[in-house]
Write a protein that binds this ligand. Structure first.
Ligand code: GTP
Length: 188
């Protein structure tokens, strides 16, 4: 299975490109590359920006402005196999968490993380078999990931308290400050 880092989009809530923000001495996207590389041999970046830290292994969006669903669609088309997806703005997702997903996955279904009531559509496994449905859903203009997950009878993998900080999703400057505090407390 190949790993895909979703790194397109507008970062409108952050007001600047999230992937290239520096946290604890390295970019957010580099944190994910490092964490994924404990588990996966092949890591690709999905998106149309021009400043990714690797020059090879970039999967351009087939259709732009379609959000994370567009990125996943392009990655499935490129890879022609099941993929592990992780968002570029979740630097604390550990190899432990990833291994847990791989162990608990149900074959032929989308497998994503859930913490309490909250679903994380951009951390998990997307099987190649969903590609046609995904394309149709995007073409119909329905870009809500949670509706697509419901429609596909996705399997949710529940994580408990000890994983909470790993699921910090850095969408806003406030989230970024929280991440900096976590890094500082780890260094103490
Ligand atoms: N390849 C690709 N990835 C995307 C696209 N839109 C969003 N993403 C990625 O999908 C993940 C979740 O994106 P969001 O946080 O919902 O959107 P965003 O554009 O990053 O940020 P906002 O504009 O604040 O919503 C992030 O890792 C984004 O980089 C897109 O059009 N193409």
């Amino acid at each position: 299975m190949k790993a895909i880092i979703l790194a397109g989009g507008k970062s409108s809530r952050m007001g600047q490109d999230k992937a290239s923000m520096i946290l604890g001495g390295k970019t957010l996207i580099q944190h994910i590359i490092d964490n994924l590389s404990f588990v996966f041999d092949e890591i690709f970046i999905s998106g149309n920006h021009s400043n990714y830290p690797i020059s090879k292994g970039i999967i351009k969006d087939v259709t732009t402005q379609k959000g994370p669903m567009g990125g996943i669609r392009s990655a499935l088309e490129f890879c022609q196999e099941d993929i592990f997806v992780c968002s570029c703005d979740m630097p604390f997702v550990s190899s432990d968490l990833i291994e847990n997903i791989l162990q608990k996955k149900v074959e032929y279904r989308i497998n994503v993380v859930r913490f309490g009531e909250k679903i994380y559509p951009v951390v998990g496994i997307y099987p190649f078999s969903i590609l046609n449905d995904l394309k149709k859903t995007i073409e119909n203009g329905n870009l809500r990931m949670t509706s697509f997950l419901e429609q596909q009878n996705a399997h949710y993998i529940d994580f408990e308290d000890s994983f909470e900080h790993q699921l910090l999703n850095i969408n806003t400057p406030e989230n970024f400050k929280t991440a900096e505090k976590i890094i500082k407390s780890k260094l103490k």
